[in-house]
Design a protein around this ligand. Structure first.
Ligand SMILES: *[C@@H]1O[C@H](CO)[C@@H](O)[C@H](O)[C@H]1NC(C)=O
Length: 356
């Protein structure tokens, strides 16, 4: 039944197309597209004095040849983040058993293209293997597990990473610590343990704390600043703050620049690590125009600070965006659409860097 129905539907579509004077427009060409003529986004970022413009990618995406052709363009992307394959569940699925094959694929791709790498991540309360998530440990045992995990992971890539997100999403939005296995078992002791272990095995990688909803002033940003001050006063290495920057069209924080300044005042560098700007679907010309402005606003805010080393988008095409899966009804968050056509947002990024 299904086959026959589909065949009839297909026949009907073909008939319609044949009768139409113009072929049905693809979804992307119905909307305005980017017009900038530039060597690439990394190229304009470098001209603006940044280290990189980069993107996240993930191993299953690497079979998509047209996608990979853009990913491999080192004028477009000067930095790569593995979206999943360096996380704990991927790299230490059983205690003491380390698997770097998938992470190494991303590393090899970036190295082959002459692209920088950001390591993501050492300690996060999600995407943990069961032996960690559901383990029963004393504080000392879990500290030693964290040290071994971060030390071994960071050590495997010694000399190859620009930076590591050593601590990912340690806070709740109200500024309290996530009540995860790490905090419940060790208090905050796992944080310096992870940072010290990372520094010990890769002395040159910049060590970051990566977080969301810290792009505006509030209890979460304040809590992170207090943590940074405490770590600094104890001589624990902390080099940078990753602002994930998963924004909503029309809702980029108005105090973005002022808030960045409060972090820069702590003598740390920073990066925009997971940028996307989502909208409630369907897309419209007006939403895409606002999204272009929003990307420009974010890039401008990075350009305003020499301490902002670079910007990473959390994948560059809507095809591989995490947004529709995480926020039903929302999407179209990336600078390339799901046909790999550059959106107005691409122009917003270019204009943002060219304002430098
Ligand atoms: C941590 O402790 C809190 C408070 O007792 C509890 O609600 C939460 O489920 C615990 N988290 C884990 C991962 O055990």
């Amino acid at each position: 039944m299904y086959a026959i129905t589909n065949l009839l539907a297909l026949t009907a579509l073909c008939g319609a197309a044949a009768a139409s004077p113009t072929p049905a427009a693809s979804a992307s060409s119905a909307f305005p597209t980017a017009t900038s003529v530039v060597a690439g986004l990394h190229a304009v970022a470098k001209t603006a004095g940044k280290l990189y413009f980069g993107t996240a990618t993930d191993n299953p995406e690497l079979t998509d040849t047209p996608y990979v052709a853009i990913l491999d363009d080192n004028m477009m992307f000067g930095q790569i983040t593995a979206a999943n394959s360096m996380k704990w569940d991927a790299t230490e699925p059983e205690q003491g058993v380390f698997t770097f094959d998938q992470g190494d694929v991303i590393r090899n791709l970036a190295q082959g293209n002459g692209q920088l790498l950001r390591g993501h991540n050492c300690v996060w309360h999600e995407q943990l293997p069961d032996w960690v998530a559901f383990g029963t440990f004393t504080s000392d045992e879990l500290i030693s597990i964290v040290e071994n995990h971060c030390g071994t992971l960071v050590g495997h890539y010694t000399g190859q990473m620009y930076a590591w997100d050593v601590i990912n999403e340690a806070f709740n939005d109200d500024g309290t610590f996530q009540q995860d296995i790490f905090f419940n078992t060790t208090g905050t002791a796992y944080i310096p343990a992870a940072l010290n272990a990372a520094r010990a095995t890769d002395p040159n990688a910049k060590l970051y704390i990566n977080e969301f909803n810290i792009e505006f002033a509030g209890p979460k940003a304040t809590a992170l600043q207090n943590l940074i001050k405490e770590l600094q006063s104890e001589g624990v290495p902390i080099d940078g703050v990753g602002f994930q920057s998963h924004f909503i069209v029309g809702e980029v924080p108005t105090d973005l620049v002022a808030n960045f300044q409060t972090f820069v005042d702590l003598d740390v560098e920073f990066a925009i690590t997971e940028l996307d700007v989502r909208m409630t679907l369907p897309e419209t010309d007006a939403l895409l125009a606002q999204q272009k402005k929003d990307y420009e606003t974010v890039i401008n805010a990075c350009v305003a600070f020499p301490e902002c080393v670079g910007v990473t988008v959390w994948d560059f095409t809507d095809t591989f965006s995490w947004v529709p899966g995480a926020f039903p009804g929302q999407g179209a968050a990336c600078p390339w659409d799901d046909n790999l056509v550059r959106k107005p947002a691409f122009d917003g990024i270019v204009t943002g860097f060219q304002s430098a």
